[in-house]
Design a protein around this ligand. Structure first.
Ligand SMILES: [Zn+2]
Length: 142
């Protein structure tokens, strides 16, 4: 496996859409449901280095959901010319389902974006618990 050269952008995006590691394309990003693997099981790339890195994915999926909801609301209002009040519960349900459905893909796309900007790479000692530079190392009792 040669990771010295970066794959083309289309490869990285395709890997993200398949929920695979952006670095090698083999490892699954998710362990189960919304629980992420810390590192790739093949190339040991660490997916997230700081807590809260997935916030960008939440913004991404929220923004896309709002665009879809506004477009659907506008289309329904224009085509059917009905009062929007009865559809409020319907749009709320659609918004929740879209957020849950697309969050996994949005998070994988966010990890791919981090990979493309140099934030996702294999750790030399991937089995050690990651401690960010500003964080204190865990203290163990003897
Ligand atoms: Zn990998």
């Amino acid at each position: 496996m040669n990771l010295s050269s970066n794959p083309p952008l289309s490869y990285v995006l395709r890997r993200a859409l398949r929920l695979r590691c952006p670095a090698c394309g083999y490892g699954h990003i998710y362990e189960r449901n919304l629980h992420l693997h810390e590192t790739c099981e093949y190339c040991h790339a660490r997916y997230e280095r700081e807590p809260g890195e997935s916030l960008g994915a939440a913004y991404l999926v929220s923004g896309l959901t709002m665009i879809w909801i506004l477009g659907g609301f506008w289309a329904l209002d224009t085509l059917l010319d009905v009062s929007p009040t009865p559809f409020l519960a319907l749009w709320t349900g659609i918004m929740i389902v879209l957020n849950l459905f697309f969050y996994r893909v949005a998070r994988a796309l966010w990890i791919a974006f981090a990979y493309l900007t140099g934030g996702v790479y294999p750790d030399p000692d991937y089995e050690r618990e990651y401690v960010s530079p500003g964080e204190k190392a865990p203290h163990y009792e003897r």
